[in-house]
Design a protein around this ligand. Structure first.
Ligand SMILES: C[S@@+](CC[C@H](N)C(=O)[O-])C[C@H]1O[C@@H](n2cnc3c(N)ncnc32)[C@H](O)[C@@H]1O
Length: 546
């Protein structure tokens, strides 16, 4: 109503006055953060300006001063409409308006700042950097140099991170995780989505990747956190969280077509073999997508996609940095959704704020599939089969196949049943080691079984009493740790045993310290320097959840 009134009011005035009126009203709305309303008025102002420009250009002797004033008004109107559109997260329209404004005035400070901020939030760092650098040339920017320099620094840091994969969270860790978790750049390492022998598509290394090296860093499309463990501990809290999460994903999909296209690529659980293998450029934010419009994602399909691909922050396969409460989150991270499960994984995930960082938990060879665990694999085959079933698949990794073959051994079953019944764990570990010797098992196979019975091993290595009794009859802790880490990668529970032993020895021993650092790198990746890694190792050992 108010806009209609204004239009009628403005039509009574000559064009010049109408423009002045629209300009001041639109600016007022912009300052009041009434984005939608200001967009309407700026649209009217843009039409009027364009109309006046074409009329003036048709004059036989156009006044250059008048024409330049009109162009200036048009540039500012496009720029302000872009600002309002970006506040409503309509980045596509906002970028179009920025480009219109910049065609009129290539170094228009406000527009370059607005465009740079949009590109930064779309993770197009080098394009954003170009905008901020160009803005330095506009004398209008002098009063805003501090803001501009802030963006320039942030952009340079993100551009470097996304190009090199070098992330350093040491300061945050050493500061006791105070303040908000750091913002991180999107990073895609030497990986590629390809057809997988495990199921459907998977993520593969295109180069050799050392343990601890980052594979990818990506922000959640949506994440929902709730405090579980308070009064409302049951299913109710989980259901509310799940519903809120679905609402958040739906809202993001409605606002951003690129996100919809990305989600649409994910597996809904069935017929994975028939799914398309996306080109890696599809995931690179800096490569503009031609907005090919697909049909709206239907809700049933989206629910299945979320069911298959959502990750829980607190899963045993993950590590959450900086967590200081009982927060428990569920989220969707696109590229990480292409990673299949294996009980002999070579990667792990680390959660920092809304980001997931996936890194190699042991050395990965070029061409190898990258896998992490969906559920706890430090347990015997039958437990893993149950967990795999609840995920809707049947794991057929090398370790599962091997254990399937040996689980027919009566002795192995007896050891497992004995442990469940609470027999002497030292005796059970001794029997298992003896059995593996008699069955002439190779190194890797030994590592598989040791991982499956890790709870028993760690109890023995962690107890003076048991070590006195069994220590000389079972292999040294270090040999068992190395064989387990070699096949299933690093894990907190292994680290805990290693660090505890290191502490018992007064923290001395270069080899022991290096072993602890190696296992730590496998868990946390190369995101911190040595001093901060020591802090993480300390935190890990004090973690009561293991
Ligand atoms: C997050 S998706 C992984 C990517 C998926 N393969 C694709 O093509 O998009 C999870 C789904 O992959 C399949 N999957 C993952 N790990 C598997 C495994 N070890 N064995 C069999 N299927 C697996 C299951 O269908 C599971 O529901």
């Amino acid at each position: 109503m108010r806009e209609e009134g204004l239009q009628q009011e403005s039509e009574m005035y000559p064009a010049e006055e109408q423009m002045q009126l629209l300009r001041s009203k639109a600016t007022e709305l912009l300052l009041r953060e009434e984005w939608k309303e200001s967009i309407q008025l700026y649209s009217q102002l843009i039409d009027l300006c364009q109309d006046q420009i074409s009329k003036t250009q048709q004059d036989s002797n156009p006044n250059p001063y008048h024409l330049s004033k009109l162009h200036k008004s048009l540039c500012v109107a496009f720029s302000n409409r872009a600002e309002a559109q970006s506040r409503l997260q309509d980045f596509t329209e906002a970028l179009k308006d920025c480009d219109q404004a910049l065609q009129i005035e290539a170094t228009h400070f406000k527009t370059l700042l607005c465009k740079g901020k949009i590109l930064l939030s779309l993770n197009r760092y080098s394009n954003a950097l170009d905008c901020f650098k160009a803005a330095l040339f506009d004398p209008q920017g002098n009063g805003n140099l501090e803001i501009l320099n802030g963006y320039l620094e942030k952009c340079k840091k993100f551009e470097f991170q996304s190009r090199t994969g070098s992330f350093d969270l040491s300061d945050w860790v050493l500061n006791g995780f105070r303040g908000k978790p750091p913002e991180l750049a999107e990073y895609i390492g030497p990986v590629q989505v390809k057809r997988s022998e495990i199921s459907g598509r998977g993520l593969f290394a295109t180069k050799n990747i050392d343990a601890g090296t980052l594979v990818l860093v990506t922000k959640a499309i949506a994440i929902e956190r709730g405090i579980l463990g308070g009064q409302d501990t049951g299913e109710n809290a989980q259901l509310v969280m799940w519903k809120n999460f679905i609402d958040k994903v739906t809202e993001t999909v409605t606002k951003c077509q690129r996100t919809q296209l990305l989600i649409d690529m994910l597996s809904a659980g069935d017929n994975e073999e028939g799914l398309e293998v996306p080109d890696m450029n599809f995931f690179r934010p800096e490569i503009e997508k031609n907005g090919c419009s697909r049909e709206k994602l239907d809700m049933d399909k989206m629910l299945s996609i979320l069911d298959v691909n959502s990750l829980v922050e607190e899963a045993v396969s993950a590590k959450v940095l900086g967590k200081n409460s009982d927060f428990y989150g569920v989220g969707l991270w696109i590229l990480a959704s292409f990673i299949n499960h294996s009980c002999i994984p070579n990667a792990r995930r680390l959660h920092v704020g809304d980001y997931v960082i996936v890194h190699a938990s042991r050395d990965i060879k070029a061409g190898e599939e990258i896998t992490f665990i969906y559920f706890d694999t430090f347990s015997p085959l039958d437990k893993r089969e149950e967990m795999s079933k609840s995920w809707g698949f049947n794991c057929k990794c090398r370790r599962c196949k091997f254990e399937e073959a040996v689980c027919s051994k009566q002795e192995l079953r007896e050891i497992e049943i004995g442990l469940e019944k609470g027999v002497d764990v030292g005796g059970a570990v001794y029997r298992l080691e003896e059995g593996m010797r008699r069955w002439a098992m190779r190194g890797k196979d030994k590592g598989y079984l040791r991982a499956s019975f890790w709870t028993a091993y760690s109890e023995v290595y962690g107890s003076d009493r048991l070590m006195k009794r069994w220590g000389r009859r079972i292999p040294a802790m270090e040999a068992v740790v190395d064989s387990v880490v070699e096949v299933v990668g690093s894990d907190e529970r292994v680290l805990k045993v290693v660090v505890e032993r290191l502490k018992q020895n007064g923290g001395v021993g270069v080899v022991e310290f290096e072993r602890a650092m190696k296992v730590g790198r496998g868990i946390y990746g190369k995101v911190v320097k040595k001093q901060a890694m020591r802090t993480l190792l300390e935190l890990g050992i004090n973690d009561q959840s293991y």
